[in-house]
Ligand binder design. Structure first.
Ligand code: FAD
Length: 516
C-alpha cells in the first residue's frame, strides 16, 4: 500500500547521507541539498514505494523523497535545484496519491515530493459563491466529508475519490457530472503554485492567468500546485441511482446525448459496455433492484454485447415524491429495454465513494495491486459509431478484462483555455478501458495481451483518422506529444520555457528532458 503516515515520517527520517551512498541513484543528490533545513525532511530511506503507481507497469526509483511540512520546503528545495543550473541532471516529481498509470509521478534517480505530507487546514467560505481552500495533497474523499459538515460539496468529481487535488487538476478530473459542470479543472477559482524556478505564485482567471490555465491539465509541467480554491454548491443527502440496458448502440448513445442536452434532467450521466457476459442481472441484485422483478428475471443477455446507461439524481428526503415523479417522467423519454430498469437509493457519500467499495473487495482478493494497462480516449461524437463498431464488435470480442466506461460530455462546459486537449467537436465521448492484468498470465487476461489490444485500438483510431485524443495521455517521443497537443503545442512549450526552463518538473510524463 502507498499510504504514508505523514505525522511520523519526518521526525524519524532526516536525510541520512550514510545510507544514501548504498543507494544506486544516490550520488546525484548534491551535498548542498542535503544540508538544506526543512520543516519536513528529505529522506533516502524506505523510498521503494515512490517507484510504484496504480498502473504497476513502470517502476523508476528516485534517489530521495521530500516529505514537505510547509510550502517553503517545496519552494526553497526547487529554487536550490534551479540555482544549480542544468547540471546535475536532477529532476523532481510531485507525487499525489500515485494513481498514475505509466510512471507519471515518478522521477528516475531524482527526488519525489510526497504531496500528501503537506497537510494544511481546509478553509471554507460560505455565501453566494462558496468555496474551500485545500492543500493540493488532500484527497477528494476528505474534501467531500469536510464540505458536507457545511452542507456543501464540490460540483465535479472523478469516479474514485482517493486521488489528490493536485493529481486530478494536473489532468482534468472527469466523471458523470462533467456534462453539467465541466471537469474539475473548470471548477477551481484559484491556485497557489511553486514554479520550476522555485517561485511561489498565486494565480487565477484574473491574476497570473497564463500560469493558472497552463497548470490546469498541465501534466505537472509548469509548477507544483500547493493549494487550490475549489468551487462548491449546496449538497443533497441522497441519490437515486439508476441503470438500464440497451442492445443497440445507436439507441444507447441517442439517449445519452438526449440526457446531457438538458441541464435539469439528471445530475450524473455515464454508461458502460458489457461484452460477452451472462448472468449479469443476477450480479446486480445485491445493490440494485429491478423495477419489475418478474420481467427482469426473464431477461437473458445471451452473451450479446449490451450497453448500460447509468444515471443519478440527487435529492433530499423531503423531496422524495416530487423526485420520483420527475424520474418516471424522464424515463418515459428513453428507449431502453423495458424489463431492465434497475434502481437503487443510496446516500450521497456512498454514491460518490462507490469505487472505494470495489477497491476494498479487490484488495481482499489481492486483485488491487496488480498491473493496470488502462487506456482512456476522448472521441468526437461524429466518429463514435465507427469506433464502437470496430472496437466493441471486432477488436474486443472475447472476454472483458475490466470495466469499459462510455459517456458523452458537452464541451460548451469545458474551458478551452486550460492545457487539457480535447477533440475538436462540441460533444465528445470518454471511453475508458479499465483493464486489470493477472500477474504472470500469458493468456487473454495477461499484460502482454491487453497491451497488444490497446495498441490495436490506438492503431485503428490513427488509421481511421478519428480525431481521438488520449486522456491521461502517455507518449514517449516529442513528436507524439506535439501531435497530441496539436495547436496548443506552441503555447505548451512557451509556458515550459517560462515557468520551468530547466525542465526540472514531472519527468515521468516524458515530454521534456532536463538539459536538452
Ligand atoms: P499522481 O499519480 O500522484 O500524479 C499525477 C501527475 O500529476 C504526475 O505527473 C504528478 O507529478 C503530477 N502531480 C501530482 N500532484 C501534483 C501537484 N500538487 N502539482 C503539480 N503536479 C502534480 N480520472 C478521472 O478524470 N476520472 C475518473 O473517474 C478517474 N478514476 C480513476 C479511478 C482509479 C481507481 C484510478 C487509479 C485513477 C482514476 N483516474 C480518474 C485517474 C486519476 O485522476 C489520475 O491518475 C490522477 O493523476 C491521480 O491522482 P493522484 O493524486 O494519484 O496523482
Amino acid at each position: 500500500s502507498f499510504i504514508i503516515d505523514r505525522n511520523n515520517l519526518c521526525s524519524n527520517h532526516p536525510f541520512d547521507s550514510t545510507t544514501i551512498s548504498s543507494h544506486p541513484g544516490s550520488s546525484i543528490i548534491p551535498s548542498s541539498l542535503k544540508k538544506l533545513n526543512f520543516d519536513g525532511c528529505l529522506s533516502s530511506k524506505n523510498i521503494d514505494h515512490a517507484a510504484n503507481d496504480f498502473g504497476n507497469i513502470y517502476h523508476q526509483l528516485p534517489s530521495a523523497v521530500l516529505y514537505p511540512k510547509s510550502v517553503s520546503d517545496i519552494s526553497s528545495f526547487i529554487k536550490h535545484i534551479f540555482d544549480m543550473g542544468p547540471t546535475p541532471d536532477l529532476t523532481v516529481a510531485a507525487r499525489g496519491h500515485a494513481h498514475s498509470l505509466q510512471g507519471q509521478a515518478q522521477a528516475n534517480q531524482g527526488v519525489v515530493i510526497n504531496m500528501e505530507s503537506l497537510h494544511q487546514e481546509m478553509h471554507f467560505q460560505t455565501g453566494e459563491f462558496p468555496y474551500v481552500d485545500v492543500s493540493a495533497g488532500e484527497l477528494w474523499i476528505n474534501i467531500l466529508h469536510e464540505s458536507l459538515k457545511h452542507g456543501l460539496t464540490p460540483k465535479s468529481w472523478t469516479d474514485y475519490l482517493h486521488l489528490t487535488v493536485g493529481g486530478t487538476l494536473s489532468n482534468a478530473g472527469v466523471s458523470g457530472q462533467a456534462f453539467r459542470h465541466g471537469p474539475q479543472i473548470n471548477n477551481v477559482y484559484q491556485l497557489e503554485v511553486v514554479t520550476g524556478k522555485g517561485e511561489l505564485i498565486t494565480c487565477s482567471e484574473k491574476q497570473n492567468a497564463d500560469l493558472f490555465y497552463g497548470v490546469l491539465g498541465g501534466l505537472g509541467q509548469f509548477g507544483i500546485i500547493t493549494r487550490a480554491r475549489i468551487s462548491l454548491e449546496p449538497a443533497s443527502l441522497m441519490v437515486k441511482w439508476i441503470r438500464v440496458l440497451y442492445s443497440e448502440f445507436s439507441t444507447f448513445t441517442m439517449d445519452q446525448e438526449h440526457l446531457i442536452s438538458s441541464q435539469d434532467a439528471f445530475d450524473y450521466v455515464e454508461g458502460f459496455v458489457i461484452i460477452n457476459r451472462t448472468g449479469l442481472l443476477n450480479n446486480w441484485r445485491s445493490s440494485f433492484n429491478p423495477k419489475d422483478p418478474v420481467q427482469a428475471s426473464q431477461f437473458n443477455s445471451d452473451g450479446k454485447t449490451l450497453f448500460c446507461l447509468e444515471i443519478a439524481k440527487y435529492f433530499n428526503p423531503d423531496e422524495t415524491d416530487r423526485v420520483n415523479q420527475e424520474i418516471d417522467r424522464l424515463l418515459l423519454e428513453l428507449n431502453y429495454i423495458q424489463s431492465t430498469l434497475f434502481l437503487s437509493e443510496v446516500s450521497y457519500v456512498d454514491f460518490l465513494d462507490r469505487v472505494h467499495i470495489s477497491e476494498l473487495k479487490l484488495r481482499e482478493k489481492g486483485l488491487w495491486e496488480i498491473p493496470h494497462p488502462w487506456l482512456n480516449l476522448l472521441i468526437p461524437r461524429s466518429r463514435i459509431h465507427e469506433f464502437a463498431k470496430v472496437v466493441f464488435g471486432e477488436i474486443l470480442t472475447d472476454s472483458s478484462t475490466g470495466p469499459i466506461l462510455i459517456y458523452p460530455a458537452n464541451k460548451s462546459k469545458w474551458s478551452n483555455k486550460t492545457s487539457m486537449v480535447t477533440p475538436d467537436e462540441n460533444v465528445m465521448y470518454l471511453v475508458a478501458f479499465l483493464s486489470s492484468a493477472m500477474p504472470s498470465s500469458t493468456g487473454t487476461d495477461g499484460l502482454a495481451h491487453i497491451l497488444t489490444q490497446n495498441k490495436r485500438i490506438l492503431d485503428f483510431c490513427e488509421t481511421a483518422r478519428l480525431g481521438v485524443k488520449q486522456y491521461l495521455p502517455h507518449y514517449i517521443t516529442r513528436e507524439a506529444w506535439r501531435t497530441h497537443f496539436g495547436p496548443k503545442w506552441e503555447t505548451f512549450v512557451k509556458r515550459k520555457s517560462t515557468y520551468d526552463p530547466l525542465a526540472i518538473l514531472a519527468p515521468g510524463q516524458k515530454i521534456f528532458q532536463k538539459g536538452r
